[in-house]
Design a protein around this ligand. Structure first.
Ligand code: NAP
Ligand code: F7E
Length: 333
């Protein structure tokens, strides 16, 4: 019997790389969509390159998506590609809408035209709850997006629901709260902190500049979250899920835990940079994970302090490795 076949958009990103690993472990034939770039961005999937098949495609280009589905003939499609950094969405609001909102319609139309039996996962976001209308947030909490990114994600969410209801597609939306790892992009706050703390410990950097330290997030460990995505596509009927830990912490808590990991005092290195404060902030997010626990049998396992330690230790190792390649090597504080 042919192995199940999965196509992952955004395979070069944090989640795409972990999802590709999970699907390979489960015996899937794994295909990834990548966009053309003058410099390859395959760092996160370098270790998988002999086991997955990569294809050119872009969320901006409808024909490339239709051709891709015809070529790959996937049984499952995970749409993880997006312009995913919230601050950039104020600088490039229209482009964010093209990728993160209309890109979902293009992908759903490709599914509808090529093979409506394909099971479709849409990477929705807790940012859609924005100025929260209820605490904690569940699948039935009203949305109030606070950035062009969140508005675009909300469109992607509703078009997924709409194509499920209009055309009977097996299309689900996973409303994922923040999830982090050593593969997180360096511009997101957790990775910015873990990398900076590692560099400060090694004497490679003097200070850490951050914006709003009071924002509270429900931070989990990314490899666990891609398992929830897979579980959603194995259900008998398509339905949407909130995925998170159910526990929230502030940015300041993350800073304190990260410096504690390397036994340094944050007061000696922290600086607040007002230019990093957003035009509209999401102050607090916390998931209500009852539905996921009940219907997916999924629950986050990694606790906050363990997540912080995993990230700081990974960045210490990465910085030490790259320093060894430079003459002299690092010291420690
Ligand atoms: P990420 O690391 O920023 O990865 C984004 C991926 O999208 C990259 O592979 C990127 O490719 C690709 N991409 C961007 N624009 C594209 C386009 N026009 N055509 C094709 N590919 C394109 O994001 P992530 O953290 O893994 O998140 C995965 C998804 O979940 C995203 O949709 C994000 O918005 C959503 N999400 C994330 C979180 C979270 O906490 N991580 C929470 C909720 C929802 P390049 O390598 O070429 O740039
Ligand atoms: O910010 C505050 C910032 O950029 C978290 C994306 O994956 O999760 C992510 O979006 C908080 C915000 O993530 C800095 O103001 C303070 O309140 O790590 P972040 P995000 O905006 O929550 C959601 C679920 C997604 O869907 C997104 O794709 O931290 N903060 N100082 C800072 N944030 C950053 N980036 N940099 C700072 O210096």
């Amino acid at each position: 019997m042919k192995s199940p076949t999965a196509l992952v958009t955004g395979v070069t990103g944090q989640d795409g790389s972990y999802l590709a690993e999970l699907l390979l472990d489960k015996g899937y034939e794994v295909h990834g969509m990548v966009r053309r770039s003058s410099t390859e961005t395959f760092e996160r999937i370098a270790h998988l390159k002999d086991r997955i098949q990569l294809h050119l495609g872009d969320l901006l280009d409808q024909a490339s998506l239709v051709t891709l589905l015809r070529d790959v003939q996937p049984t499952e499609l995970y749409n993880l590609a997006a312009q995913s950094f919230v601050p950039t969405s104020w600088v490039q609001p229209s482009l964010t809408g093209e990728f993160t909102a209309l890109g979902v319609t293009r992908m759903l139309d490709a599914v509808r035209l090529v093979d409506p039996e394909i099971r479709f996962y849409q990477a929705s976001s807790s940012e859609m709850f924005g100025r929260v209308q209820e605490k904690p947030q569940s699948e039935t909490t009203p949305f109030y997006p606070r950035s062009p990114y969140a508005v675009a994600k909300l469109y992607g969410h509703w078009i997924t629901v709409n194509y499920r209801e209009s055309y009977g597609l097996f299309a689900v939306s996973g409303i994922l709260f923040n999830h982090e790892s050593p593969r997180r992009g360096r511009e997101f706050v957790t990775r910015k902190i873990s990398e900076s703390v590692a560099r400060i410990k090694l004497g490679l950097q003097d200070e850490l500049s951050l914006g709003n330290l009071d924002a509270r997030r429900d931070w989990g460990y990314a490899p666990e979250y891609v398992d929830a995505m897979w579980r959603m596509l194995q259900l008998a009927d398509p339905t949407d899920f909130v995925i998170g830990t159910g526990v929230q912490h502030s940015v300041e808590d993350f800073v304190n835990a990260a410096f504690a990991t390397v036994e340094l005092d944050p007061q000696d290195f922290m600086r607040v940079d007002k230019s990093l404060i957003r035009p509209a902030e999401v102050d607090t997010l916390q998931a209500n994970v009852e539905k996921a626990e009940r219907e997916l049998g999924w629950r986050a396992a990694t606790q906050f302090t363990d997540l912080v330690e995993i990230m700081v230790h990974a960045d210490l190792e990465a910085q030490e490795r790259s320093s060894r390649r430079r003459v002299g090597g690092p010291g420690t504080r």
